[in-house]
Design a protein around this ligand. Structure first.
Ligand code: RAM
Length: 361
């Protein structure tokens, strides 16, 4: 796991009213599988790190989100592009309009032709993007996964928004408390291949195996593909199939907003508990009208900022992606690379009616 220094943590503390998820979870290695290649052994990262190397000027970095029309991904990428300007580089965002498994491949090929210094990718599939990303690394282009990881040997770093285990387990813990640990629940996810959603769902299922949840039953995982209308329809379908559903977890900003819109205008409003990951600006009205009591997220701007500085540190030779290397992430302070090239931004925040108005993203 990534370790933050205390100064860095203080520097980015969100509003004092924020309730952070203080879970005593030990492991936080996300998609880690022991058998896989670790950060230092990646293609294109055989050089030694020079921690004193200055950030190069004029770096060209490109953000390739899951899809360009996702408001959450926009916030992340715009912050990353702004960070590139801070260190004298240029950033841009390119990407598909849908989050299909292979929709990012042609964009990677173009970015290679353009000789970008670094590609940051929120992977729609851990493997479908691997061939072209390995090509990029062979050509000296640095590859940083953010938001949603690739397979570990297809990138040098993964900038994770928070511990994957903590995200998955805490969503079940919160929903469990809200429904008195009893009743049928469903998950409304994004696409079937999304690495981040699938990792969180695995941890949700692990949490549900604990004795505290013996009276809770996960009846269905539905997929709204991070498309607003499909997510809305999937929520409607869930309620038709399971009218006695007690709760829904939607670990996607697109999904939870669409599910809230459906519930807010239905007889299930205030009866079916909806929890998950959302942006305060998209969810505010559903918290105010009583459809949603609470949801979580990290600060997406900070994720983009951190990813951008990590890409610059790689492209400048300050780091190679090996465990234990450190780099400065601008205003966020120092970060240390963890196992399997994973860097963790911090802890998510829980939003509810008491604190939501102190956030604007
Ligand atoms: C959606 C995307 C993204 C995820 C957030 C929480 O915007 O699926 O990958 O991290 O939700």
């Amino acid at each position: 796991m990534m370790l933050r220094n205390a100064a860095g943590r203080r520097a980015v503390a969100t509003a004092a009213t924020a309730v952070s998820l203080a879970l005593a979870l030990t492991a936080c290695s996300g998609t880690t599988k022991d058998s896989e290649v670790s950060g230092s052994a990646k293609a294109g990262s055989s050089a030694k790190a020079d921690p004193d190397a200055p950030l190069k000027k004029g770096l060209k970095i490109a953000f390739l989100p899951k899809q360009i029309n996702n408001p959450y991904e926009k916030i992340v990428d715009e912050a990353g592009i702004a960070a590139a300007e801070e260190y004298g580089g240029t950033g841009k965002e390119v990407g598909p309009s849908d989050a299909n498994a292979s929709s990012q491949v042609s964009y990677i090929n173009t970015l290679i032709q353009q000789r970008q210094d670094a590609i940051l990718i929120a992977a729609n599939d851990p493997n479908a993007v691997c061939g072209p990303l390995k090509q990029a690394m062979k050509k000296g282009i640095k590859v940083v996964a953010y938001d949603s990881d690739t397979a570990k040997d297809c990138r040098q770093l993964f900038i994770n928004q928070a511990s994957s285990e903590e995200i998955g387990r805490s969503l079940v813990q919160h929903l469990g408390e809200q429904i008195g640990h009893k009743g049928k629940i469903a998950i409304l996810s994004a696409t079937q291949n999304a690495t981040n959603q699938n990792t969180w769902i695995e941890y949700m299922k692990e949490e549900l195996k604990l004795p505290a949840y013996k009276d809770m039953e996960l009846v269905k995982v539905a997929y709204g593909d991070d498309a607003d209308q499909k997510s809305f329809q999937q929520t409607q379908g869930l309620m038709q199939a399971y009218p006695d559903l007690k709760g829904i977890i939607s670990p996607t900003t697109v999904g939870i907003a669409a599910a809230a819109r459906y519930l807010s205008d239905s007889s299930y409003k205030g009866k079916v508990v909806l929890n998950g990951l959302g942006t305060p600006n998209q969810m505010r009205k559903y918290v105010k009208d009583g459809t949603v009591e609470q949801f979580s997220l990290w600060n997406p701007e900070e994720l983009g900022h951190l990813g951008s500085y990590a890409a610059a540190a790689l492209a400048s030779g300050q780091i190679t992606g090996a465990e234990g290397e450190k780099f400065e992430a601008g205003k966020l302070g120092e970060y240390t690379i963890g196992k399997d090239g994973e860097v963790i931004l911090g802890e998510p925040t829980v939003f509810d009616s008491k604190n939501i108005d102190t956030f604007d993203f």
